[in-house]
Design a protein around this ligand. Structure first.
Ligand code: UN1
Length: 513
C-alpha cells in the first residue's frame, strides 16, 4: 500500500518515540498500561501511549497548579503572544498534523487540514482576545463610589475530547483558556492518542522556547477512569467535555457534585429543512457533505432531511443520485470523498441502526453495507446510506455516529417542518434551505429552531470558529470557540470602591453606632 507520506509526517511531528502519553510540558512519565492506536485507514498499528496512573496524575496536577501561580500573573497580551507562536507552529506543521488526523481518525485529508486550520483560526482569535478580556463599569447608587467588574483566571481547566475532532476541539479550549490565564490538563479520546501526543509536543516546544513553566499544558491518557481523575477533582474548577450525551450526563453529575463548572458539547441530531423555495443544487451539496463528511461522525453531521411533500421526490432523487458519485476509500487519497469509520465497534452500531430503521418501518433508498476486499482490510469502511423514515422512530431520535441520512416528509407550513426539526432531545445544529425570506426568518425566530446553531442556505456542519459553538437541550448548553465563550474560562469579580469619607449603605439602609 502507498504510504501517502505518513512516515514523513510522523517524523516531522516527532511521533517515533511511543513512550509517551502523560506529560507536563515536555516531561513524559506515563507509567500505566499501553494504549495502542491502530489506524482505521489500513488497520496498521501506528504507535501506542502509556496511560496515566493515579500517581502520574498527582504529578500532573501538582505541576499544573504550580504553573498556574505564575501564568495567572503574566499579562494577558503576553499570554496571547505565546498563543500566537503556537499558531505559527501550527501553520508550519499543518500538513503533517492534518495527515496524522486523517490517518489516525480516518477523516479525509482535506478535512484533516481543515481541522488544523480551525486550530490556527482559534489561535488568531485568541491573540486578539488577549487584549479584550473586558468587564463592564457600572454606576454605583452611592455617592463617591465606583463599581466595575473584572475577569480573573480560573485555574486548571480539564479538557475531555472526542475522537472525531482529535485536535481542533482541544485548541478551541486551550487557546482561549491560555489567554485567560488558565492552565490545561487534556484527556484526548483513547481512540486517537497520538494526535494528543503530537499537539502536546507542539505546545511544549513553544513553552520551552519561552522559558515558561511546565504544566501550562498537560496531557493525560486513558479511558473514562482517567477522565474521572479530573471530573471529581476539586482542584479542576472547569471541565470542558465533548462526547456522547451518555458520557455528558455522567461528567455533569460528577462535576456538579463538587459544584464545579462544566462546559458540555454533546450529541446532535441535526436536520436540514428543505422548503418548496429551496435551491435544489445547493441543498444537495449541503446535505451530502453534511451527511457523509467525516463519515457522518461530526456532532454537526446532517442526520435528517425534512423535505416538503411538493418537492420530496425531486430532492430525494437528486440526493440519491449524488450518492452514486461518492468514492469510498483511503481518506489520504484525495480522489476519495469518504473514509472509514473510527473502528469496528462503530461499524457494528452502523449495521444495527440500518437493521432497526427497517424493523421500525423505514425504507432504504441507498442501502448501506460494509466494504470488503482490497483497500478495505481494516474492516471500517461502510457505504453511506439513505433511509425514508419517520421522526418518531426510536432510531431517528438517536444519534448514530455513522453516515446514515433519514428522509422525512412534511406538508403545509414551514412551522410543521420546524416542529419536526425540534422534535428530538438534541439541540446542536439546524438549517433551512429556502429563498423565501418569511420562511427563513420564521425559522430563526423565537418560535423557530431550538438549536444552538441555525443556518440559512448552508448545511448543518462546518461552523466557523468566530461564533459561539454549542447547543441546547441534551447537547448540554455549553458554548466554545468564538463570541464571548471565553467568559466561562474566567471568574468574574465585582468590585465596588468607596472614595468618599462616608460609609453609606446600599439600598439606603441606615445603621448607626
Ligand atoms: C464536532 O463535531 O465535535 O461545525 C465539532 C463543524 C466543525 C466542528 C464540529 N467546525 O462541523
Amino acid at each position: 500500500a502507498t504510504d501517502f507520506g505518513i512516515q514523513t509526517a510522523l517524523n516531522e511531528l516527532g511521533i517515533q518515540d511511543v513512550n509517551m502519553g502523560t506529560s507536563t510540558g515536555s516531561k513524559n512519565f506515563g507509567s500505566g498500561e499501553r494504549i495502542a492506536s491502530h489506524s482505521p485507514v489500513d488497520g496498521v498499528l501506528i504507535g501506542s501511549v502509556k496511560s496515566t496512573t493515579k500517581e502520574d496524575y498527582e504529578k500532573v496536577i501538582n505541576t499544573a497548579e504550580v504553573a498556574f501561580k505564575s501564568w495567572r500573573k503574566t499579562p494577558a497580551p503576553q499570554r496571547g503572544e505565546i498563543v500566537r507562536q503556537f499558531g505559527e507552529k501550527l501553520r508550519q506543521l499543518k500538513e503533517p498534523l492534518g495527515k496524522l488526523v486523517s490517518y489516525e481518525m480516518g477523516k479525509s485529508y482535506q478535512e484533516g487540514l481543515g481541522e488544523v486550520q480551525e486550530m490556527i483560526d482559534i489561535c488568531d482569535f485568541a491573540v486578539g482576545l488577549s487584549r479584550q478580556l473586558h468587564g463592564l463599569t457600572m454606576h454605583s447608587e452611592r455617592p463617591g463610589h465606583r463599581m466595575y467588574e473584572q475577569y480573573h483566571p480560573l485555574g486548571v481547566v480539564g479538557i475531555i475530547s472526542a475522537f472525531n475532532f482529535p485536535v481542533a476541539v482541544w485548541a478551541w479550549n486551550t487557546a482561549l483558556a491560555w489567554v485567560c490565564g488558565d492552565v490545561c490538563v487534556w484527556k484526548p479520546s483513547e481512540k486517537t492518542p497520538l494526535c494528543g501526543v503530537a499537539c502536546q509536543k507542539i505546545i511544549a516546544e513553544v513553552l520551552k522556547e519561552n522559558d515558561l513553566p511546565e504544566g501550562i499544558s498537560c496531557l493525560i491518557n486513558g479511558d473514562y477512569k482517567v477522565g474521572e481523575f479530573i471530573t471529581t477533582d476539586k482542584r479542576v474548577p472547569l471541565i470542558s467535555a465533548t462526547g456522547s450525551i451518555r458520557m455528558g450526563k455522567i461528567v455533569a453529575q460528577a462535576v456538579a457534585a463538587r459544584l464545579g463548572k462544566s462546559l458540555l458539547e454533546l450529541g446532535g441530531n441535526n436536520a436540514i429543512i428543505v422548503t418548496p423555495d429551496a435551491d435544489i443544487k445547493m441543498t444537495v451539496i449541503g446535505a451530502v457533505f453534511g451527511a457523509v463528511g467525516t463519515c457522518g461522525q461530526r456532532c454537526t453531521s446532517t442526520r435528517r432531511l425534512i423535505i416538503h411533500e411538493s418537492i420530496y421526490d425531486q430532492v430525494k432523487n437528486a440526493v440519491v443520485d449524488a450518492y452514486k458519485q461518492l468514492r469510498i476509500g483511503n481518506p489520504l487519497d484525495q480522489n476519495n470523498h469518504v473514509g472509514p469509520l473510527i473502528d469496528t465497534d462503530a461499524v457494528e452500531m452502523y449495521k444495527k441502526a440500518l437493521e432497526q430503521v427497517i424493523v421500525e418501518g423505514g425504507k432504504l433508498m441507498v442501502s448501506g453495507g460494509v466494504l470488503e476486499g482490497e483497500g478495505y482490510e481494516s474492516g471500517c469502511y461502510v457505504k453511506p446510506a439513505i433511509a425514508e423514515a419517520k421522526n418518531d422512530f426510536e432510531i431517528v431520535q438517536h444519534e448514530t455516529f455513522a453516515p446514515i441520512l433519514y428522509l422525512l416528509k412534511y406538508s403545509g407550513d414551514v412551522e410543521n417542518a420546524i416542529a419536526i426539526q425540534n422534535g428530538v432531545v438534541q439541540g446542536l445544529s439546524s438549517a433551512i434551505m429556502t429563498t423565501n425570506l418569511r420562511e427563513a426568518e420564521r425559522f430563526l425566530s423565537a418560535s423557530g429552531s431550538d438549536c444552538g446553531i441555525a443556518n440559512v442556505n448552508i448545511g448543518t456542519s462546518g461552523a466557523e470558529i468566530g461564533g459561539a459553538f454549542g447547543g441546547e437541550k441534551e447537547t448540554g448548553g455549553g458554548r466554545e470557540s468564538g463570541s464571548d465563550a471565553w467568559k466561562v474560562y474566567m471568574r468574574r469579580q465585582t468590585n465596588t470602591i468607596n472614595f468618599s469619607d462616608q460609609l453609606p449603605l446600599a439600598q439606603g439602609i441606615t445603621f448607626e453606632l
